[in-house]
Design a protein around this ligand. Structure first.
Ligand SMILES: Cc1cc2nc3c(=O)[nH]c(=O)nc-3n(C[C@H](O)[C@H](O)[C@H](O)COP(=O)(O)O)c2cc1C
Ligand SMILES: [Mn+2]
Length: 481
């Protein structure tokens, strides 16, 4: 549950690159994007411009399927679809493990109280050129207690740095933190909040994966860690936060009529500034706790296929789970393409079992809580196609999908204000809907046996040829069909 040994381990696997002398103003953001576009390592920035050595930022911690696999205990080279299958099974069989309260921890090594609070002490990046400010919270945990039922929620919501003791907290409608915050405001009270800006990625993961209302994400974190997460009680709010966190703040969100400020714009995961600049509530910070030489964690959204967070793998896992729960047979693999910003292009590979099976899968993929929200294209392929290989999927689309007969359009589906294709006048009336295309890139079931044979060398011929001629290939090309 401690970030430091985890970073040492990543470093021994060549999965961390140290960078010295970068500027918090756009350079850390641009380097994170350039690196992730190349599937590069996590970046650990030190000696950041204007900041003392030791005040670090790490970005892209689990941004590649490879580092996500390492973090969750899978082999680093596990094929994408096997990773998605593993996460689907793991996350849906978790027995929450309640956290334990401890009396101290590394996070309490340094403190700033009341007038001492100065968040400018940390090298918060300005991530993208047209961002409205610096965002201290991207790979964060926002911790709040339900005032009625007393359980503790932890969610990842973006956090802008307004000034030395004021933050903006942007939470979308329906998300748990927003519901809880409004419960306090309805009683005319400020909402107590603790926020974590860095730590081990395992306890962070449940904070950006959706769990039902009432499920404490800290219990899920314990299940992922295999031991109870250690928490300390904040002296200002009484809220619990991880004892091994890097930087934690405590404060309160006053009702919006008392104080609100402009938030955004912020570069979002679709690749646009979709939610623009709006008036949003703030958080007044009263306490800051941080470790010696703190590491601020960042997971900046990026224009796809780049991404600071592995949301594409998690979307695919949830979608697969939903299809499985419906009892649909023959699902062999699910993927959410990185280019589709994880949501807009979903691919499902099936072993066709009956006429209409492929269309059943396409329709089902638009219906569950995960699959229905914020989608656009659903591509169904046969199981000789790796759904996580974009080039193979495009080949299947190019050769097995007849536009006139294999594409179905469904209108008025569930989208979001972030969807860049919704025209301004429709957005103004709150009509956040879009259309979906189900694209069947499968051999038509009833004449699949007469469909022309594929001319790619068989696995057997490939293996035999490569064994004999392996000196010609460096690195060796893929073996599997
Ligand atoms: C990097 C990143 C940034 C996110 N930013 C926001 C955000 O600004 N606002 C928001 O409501 N959700 C955001 N999300 C999505 C939520 O974290 C996600 O929906 C989560 O399930 C919310 O937790 P909750 O279900 O406890 O509300 C973000 C997710 C990631 C991975
Ligand atoms: Mn929650």
């Amino acid at each position: 549950m401690d970030l430091r040994p985890y970073l040492t381990r990543l470093e021994s696997l060549n999965e961390v690159q140290r960078v010295e002398g970068a500027d918090w103003d756009l350079e850390i953001g641009a380097l994170s994007e350039l690196s992730n576009e190349r599937n590069g390592p996590a970046l650990l920035f030190d000696k950041i411009k204007d900041y003392p050595p030791g005040y670090r930022v790490v970005s892209n911690l689990i941004a590649t399927p490879r580092r996500l696999a390492i973090t969750l205990g899978y082999p680093p080279d596990i094929p994408n679809v096997e990773l998605v299958r593993g996460i689907k099974d793991k996350f849906n069989n978790l027995e929450p493990m309640p956290p334990t309260m401890v009396s101290g921890g590394p996070v309490l090594e340094n403190a700033m109280r009341d007038d001492e609070v100065d968040l400018l002490k940390f090298p918060t990046p300005k991530w993208h050129e047209h961002d409205g400010g610096r965002y201290i919270g991207t790979a964060d945990m926002v911790i709040m207690r339900d005032p009625k039922d007393n359980w503790v929620n932890a969610g990842t919501y973006r956090i802008q740095l307004h000034d030395k003791d004021t933050l903006a907290l942007y939470i979308s409608p329906g998300h748990h933190g927003r519901i809880i915050r409004e419960m306090y405001w309805a009683q005319g009270k400020s909402c107590p909040v603790a926020m974590v800006f860095g730590g081990h990625p395992l306890p962070w993961m449940p904070c950006f994966v959706t769990f039902p209302w009432g499920t404490g994400e800290f219990g899920v974190a314990g299940a992922l860690l295999g031991e109870p997460l250690q928490l300390v009680r904040g002296e200002y709010t009484g809220l619990p936060f991880p004892a091994h966190a890097e930087i934690v703040v405590e404060g309160e969100a006053p009702p919006p009529h008392i104080e609100s400020r402009k938030e955004g714009p912020f570069g979002e995961g679709n690749g646009y500034y979709g939610s623009a600049e709006r008036i949003e509530p703030v958080v007044k910070v009263k306490r800051v706790f941080f470790r010696n030489d703190p590491v601020l964690c960042g997971a900046p959204p990026m224009r796809p296929p780049a991404s600071g967070t592995p949301t594409f793998v998690l979307r695919a896992s949830n979608l697969w789970y939903e299809l499985e729960k419906l009892g649909i047979p023959g699902i062999k693999g699910v993927w959410a393409t990185r280019s589709g910003g994880s949501r807009f292009i979903n691919v499902i590979a099936i072993e066709q079992k009956y006429a209409g099976h492929a269309m059943q899968v396409g329709m089902a993929a638009m219906c569950g809580a995960e699959g229905a929200y914020h989608g656009r294209f659903i591509i169904v392929v046969d199981d000789d196609v790796d759904p996580s290989n974009d080039e193979d999927v495009l080949w299947a689309l190019a050769t097995r999908c007849d536009p006139a007969t294999s594409i179905q359009i469904v209108r008025q589906c569930w989208s979001t204000p972030l969807d860049p294709t919704i025209p301004p006048e429709k957005k103004a009336r709150g009509e956040f809907t879009n259309s979906r295309a189900i694209m069947l890139a499968v051999r038509p079931f009833h004449w699949r046996n007469e469909f022309p044979r594929v001319n790619r060398a068989s696995n057997e011929l490939r293996e035999k040829t490569l064994r004999k001629w392996k000196h010609l290939f460096n690195p060796s090309p893929p073996l599997k069909n």
